[in-house]
Design a binder for this molecule. Structure first.
Ligand SMILES: C[S@@+](CC[C@H](N)C(=O)[O-])C[C@H]1O[C@@H](n2cnc3c(N)ncnc32)[C@H](O)[C@@H]1O
Length: 230
């Protein structure tokens, strides 16, 4: 599973951002900005964006960061990290090739962890999701902040149904047309309808040890930002 997910993201790295913008009508840009504004309420200066892809969230964080803050991105897909390096205008971003489940940091070292549109990928089962969240918890300092931006399940059943129909009919063909990757966008279309409703994700965060878990739904609930504190 891990290897196939790595292969999928290597395949789509080149066109990844463009497909996101097209499929969300540009809303993903606004949602990352909102999540970044939520994230920078963290105190402290050592920040991690995990499953960082092409580095969009890290760039948003770096625009809002105070001088001297250190931002690290972690991803297990080299072509995605290469995209971050290409546009790494902000000198305070560094990147590490690593697996989200085994972060290369000692206990209690980070002030903030963000993850955007990747929690679906570390959710092959509830147990595995919890294992990843516990790893994030391990490396956060007490009082550290965790901000999660992810697709979600709209509360209204009609909107949820329409959203899932959109994912089914549009994601695969449009993703394939732009990226040339069938596997990549079949995977995306598979994971979106299966991801947890916001309350259930909050409950997993609690089980992983986090406190003060809150969420904010975006665009009728098709996405959500969760915030939690260690
Ligand atoms: C859908 S992309 C999201 C990228 C970025 N966060 C964004 O907002 O666009 C998912 C990213 O997570 C990475 N990823 C998935 N599973 C991972 C894991 N177990 N460890 C590290 N990176 C992982 C993939 O390589 C990919 O770059």
């Amino acid at each position: 599973m891990r290897k196939s997910v790595q292969k999928i993201f290597s395949e789509v790295a080149e066109s990844y951002q463009l497909v996101n913008h097209v499929l969300t009508f540009g809303l993903d840009i606004l949602w990352r900005k909102k999540a970044a504004r939520e994230a920078v309420k963290a105190s402290g200066s050592f920040w991690l964006d995990v499953c960082s892809g092409t580095g969009e969230m890290a760039l948003n964080l770096s625009r809002l960061a105070e001088k001297g803050n250190k931002i690290v991105t972690v991803d297990f897909c080299q072509p995605m990290l290469a995209k971050t390096s290409e546009k790494k205008k902000a000198a305070n971003i560094s990147s590490i090739l690593a697996e989200a489940r085994h972060l290369p940091f000692p206990d209690e070292t980070l002030d903030l962890i963000t993850i955007s549109f990747a929690t679906r990928n570390i959710n092959p089962s509830r147990e595995r999701l919890k294992t990843h969240l516990k790893e994030f918890y391990r490396v956060l300092k007490p009082g550290g902040r965790f901000v999660n931006l992810e697709t979600s399940q709209p509360f209204s059943k009609i909107i949820q149904r329409l959203f899932h129909i959109y994912v089914k009919v549009a994601v695969k063909p449009i993703g394939f047309l732009i990226s040339g990757s069938k596997a990549g966008y079949s995977y995306l279309a598979f994971t979106i309808p299966r991801f947890l409703p916001p309350e259930e994700f909050s409950s997993v965060l609690h089980k992983a040890g986090f406190a003060r878990v809150t969420h904010r739904s975006l665009f009728l609930g098709v996405s959500a930002i969760h915030t939690a504190i260690k």
